[in-house]
Design a protein around this ligand. Structure first.
Ligand code: NAP
Length: 305
């Protein structure tokens, strides 16, 4: 993965068309307008464009009219099915020569299929994923990851940088953005669920979530600091127990399950974590370091007997 640098250009901001003006699409169009891009907008429910038009955007009455208005088309709608609902009927001759940056959330297979669909119409395709909420769009702090043809990514970097301060290019495989997006939301939910488990546990002793969170945030940072070393272990396939063995982790997991159950707190999440670790230990990895658990994540769960 490489990170684009801030484009040093004196060229006027390029025209952009935005398809989809839900919470996210509206924020994208507003950020492009603020950055000075001539912006054409289309949404199924036309009224969602009203304030953008008042701020200087041009309203397109149809997706085809929006695509005709700009060489760069940014789409952000509920899902890929919605995208194809309104783009499939557009005359391929109108799509040819345009670049579509699709910021809709979907699977890697949908992204790759849409790249093949676009290629059949002479439409250049970049797939993107937004690692932020609409409130962050147009700020330096947020990240939008992009995959697809490198030359097109480079060509449209100035417009992308009007949307996000960080726009890492992931590679030519269009599916990479979806895989990164799924990886990051999975990480987010794991952290949130672990934090909620702790809040429920400490709540039984009357500890406020604010007090707990001050210490929990440091714990999250500590774990984040382990990751580069652990990544090296996974990449080399060697898992020395430099800090603790998986068996030591399993003993602590048993305490977490027991503590949760005895306090009447939901124990499903820690029990799931322990069941994965128990399987790794049963396969002979109890004396190795925690990242050896990757083997449990690389294969489907065994079918119940
Ligand atoms: P949203 O507010 O619900 O907006 C959905 C958009 O999709 C609207 O413009 C809607 O049009 C359009 N749409 C749905 N079905 C359609 C169809 N059949 N034909 C034409 N247009 C259709 O959702 P959002 O929050 O903007 O999210 C949009 C995408 O961004 C999603 O893929 C989401 O996962 C992704 N995303 C969102 C966030 C976030 O924090 N919101 C963060 C990262 C990624 P109408 O207005 O006519 O209904």
């Amino acid at each position: 993965m490489t990170t684009s640098t801030q484009a040093e250009t004196t060229a006027a901001p390029a025209p952009v068309a935005v398809l989809g003006l839900g919470l996210m699409g509206h924020a994208l169009a507003a950020a492009l307008l603020r950055a000075g891009h001539p912006t054409t907008v289309w949404n199924r429910t036309a009224a969602k464009a009203d304030d953008l038009v008042a701020a200087g955007a041009v309203r397109a009455d149809t997706p085809a009219a929006a695509v005709a208005a700009a060489p760069l088309v940014i789409a952000c709608v509920t899902d890929y099915d919605a995208l194809h609902t309104f783009l499939d009927p557009v005359d391929p001759a109108a799509l040819g020569g345009r670049t579509l940056v699709n910021l809709t959330t979907g699977t890697s297979a949908q992204a790759r299929d849409t790249a093949a669909w676009a290629a059949g119409r002479g439409l250049t395709y970049l797939d993107g994923a937004i690692m932020a909420t609409p409130q962050g769009i147009g700020t330096a702090e947020i990240t939008i990851v992009v995959s697809g043809p490198r030359a097109e990514f480079d060509r449209h970097t100035p417009a992308l940088r009007s949307l996000a301060g960080d726009t890492p290019y992931l590679g030519a495989d269009h599916g990479l953005t979806s895989l990164y997006e799924m990886a990051i939301v999975g990480l987010m939910w794991s952290i949130l669920n672990g934090w909620l488990q702790g809040a429920a546990l400490l709540g039984t002793a009357g500890v406020s979530v604010a007090d707990y969170t001050a210490i929990a945030a440091k714990g999250i940072q500590t774990v984040a600091d382990w990751l580069p070393g652990y990544a090296g272990q996974i990449d080399t396939g060697v898992f020395p127990p430099d800090d603790a063995t998986l068996d030591i982790h399993r003993a602590a997991m048993a305490h977490l399950v027991q503590e949760s159950e005895s306090l009447g707190v939901n124990a499903e999440f820690p029990a799931l974590i322990k069941s994965l670790a128990d399987r790794a230990a049963a396969a002979g990895h109890g004396g190795e370091g925690y990242p050896v658990m990757i083997e449990e994540f690389r294969r489907p769960a065994p079918r119940p007997a």
